[in-house]
Write a protein that binds this ligand. Structure first.
Ligand code: SF4
Length: 442
């Protein structure tokens, strides 16, 4: 009956993790993956609505599947998942997309499995009893890095963000379930685990005796892992215990994803972020005191309703002062049901673009300067994959910077920690040559 599946994914790492979980479940039912949607019996679109652009892409993609469904009828299942499908939307989407068979809310892959089993009857293989014996899907058997969600949803309700309406309030997955999944991934050869949450540092709020620092220390004990990361942190929940864990645990990468979104206190308050510019600066200082070589990435929104030129310049100056490592700049766009969508989106598009470009240029100059320190130094790289096109291996240093490694292309390097002498550095990547073991690492 249903033999082949195809999953299309757009959006954040949480969606990537959800798609991988779903692929693993579908393969436990006996389905195999196909690269083309037209060849599949089950097509899943995993969607993102955090901004208008990915939502438009998902809608276009979905509409392009309509003729296929009309011609194949019951022999094809089309499922829509991810942030397009919140509790409320699940009631209205069937009217808009009557050719879609199943709508499933984010992070609930088992619902689709149950649906297919009900439709497929005996033709489908039974699901492996212990679903926590999580298997990497076909084609990803050699994955070096994997994402593991640890908190689902978000309770913060920032004024501009649609996530709480689609993914619900936050809840922590049980530590023993997470550790079992991590062990299963490590046993299959995964070397780097990134623990995920919309506010990852809220992990354990409702659990006795657990918090993110404790969980990270436990994950670092899992045999076979080389590196552990976590994202995305929220400045209001970042505490000294967590920063100390990063400083002390050798496997815990000196890497923080810490969005500040705006550098002006009035705008931060409007956004309901829950911290001030001064508090954010204090956290960054504390991280740099305890973890001097830390990579700190951030997210910034420009053109929030009523953001004045002077307020935008506060954001510019904050980035300039803190010299963070990477900043993802987004232009504000109103999202349905959010508090800020009730306000006029009063900053013109060209002005948002001007502010975005200004920040982008600042990011680039900071990165050029910071990466400029690397040529001549030797760094530790976890090799992720080989790039046929360039003949180089691709990997990252613990701080997250991308490195292309020149080595003998025939050498089986993926998954290895290697020493690399950096020979060239640009703002967004570096190139280096493979060194013998024992060289000094920065
Ligand atoms: S913390 Fe704010 S921006 Fe992040 S997911 Fe939650 S509501 Fe959205």
């Amino acid at each position: 009956m249903y033999k082949k599946y195809h999953i299309w994914t757009i959006g954040c790492q949480m969606n990537v993790a959800d798609s991988r979980q779903l692929a693993s479940r579908l393969e436990s039912l006996g389905l195999t993956e196909v690269a083309k949607a037209g060849e599949a019996d089950v097509i899943v679109l995993n969607t993102c609505v955090v901004r208008q652009q990915p939502e438009d892409k998902a809608r276009n993609r979905l509409n392009s599947l309509k003729p296929l469904k009309l011609s194949r009828g019951d022999n094809l299942v089309i499922a829509l998942m991810g942030c397009m499908v919140g509790k409320k939307e699940a009631e209205t989407l069937p009217d808009e997309f009557p050719f879609v068979d199943f709508f499933l809310e984010p992070s609930k892959p088992d619902l689709l499995v149950d649906f297919l089993r009900a439709k497929g009857g005996d033709a489908l293989l039974p699901v492996a009893e212990d679903l926590e014996d999580y298997r990497l899907p076909d084609g990803e058997e050699n994955a070096v890095c994997a994402f593991v969600p640890i908190t689902l949803g978000c309770s913060h309700v920032c004024s501009y963000c649609v996530i709480p309406y689609r993914r619900g309030p936050d809840r922590s997955r049980a530590p023993e379930v997470i550790l079992k999944e991590v062990r299963a991934l490590a046993a299959q050869g995964v070397k780097e685990i990134t623990l995920l949450g919309q506010i990852v540092d809220r992990y354990g709020m409702e659990l006795e005796e657990w918090n993110l620092a404790k969980l990270l220390r436990a994950v670092c004990q899992v045999d076979g892992l080389a590196r552990v990361r976590f994202m995305t942190s929220h400045p209001a929940y970042m505490d000294e215990e967590l920063i100390t864990a990063v400083a002390e645990e050798p496997k815990l990468c000196p890497y923080f994803e810490l969005p500040f979104q705006a550098g002006n206190n009035r705008v931060l308050q409007e956004m309901r972020r829950g911290y001030t510019r001064e508090e954010y600066i204090r956290i960054v200082k504390s991280i740099r005191e305890k973890v001097p070589d830390a990579g700190i990435n951030t997210d910034i929104i420009v053109g929030y309703p009523t953001e004045s030129e002077e307020e935008f310049m506060d954001t510019y100056r904050l980035l300039e002062e803190l010299r963070l490592d990477v900043a993802h700049i987004a232009k504000y766009s109103p999202r349905p049901r959010t508090l800020s969508s009730q306000q006029e989106d009063d900053i013109p598009g060209e002005e948002k673009e001007r502010r975005r470009v200004m920040l982008d240029q600042l990011v680039e100059s900071i990165l050029s300067e910071k990466n400029g320190r690397y040529p001549g130094r030797t760094v530790e790289v976890l090799v992720e994959s080989f790039q046929e096109k360039t003949g180089r291996w691709r990997g990252r240093i613990p701080q997250g910077n991308l490195v292309f490694v020149e080595a003998d292309g025939a050498m089986p390097l993926a998954g290895e920690l290697v020493q690399v002498a950096i020979t060239w550095a640009g703002p967004y990547s570096m190139i280096g040559t493979l060194q013998e073991k024992g060289d000094e690492t920065v």
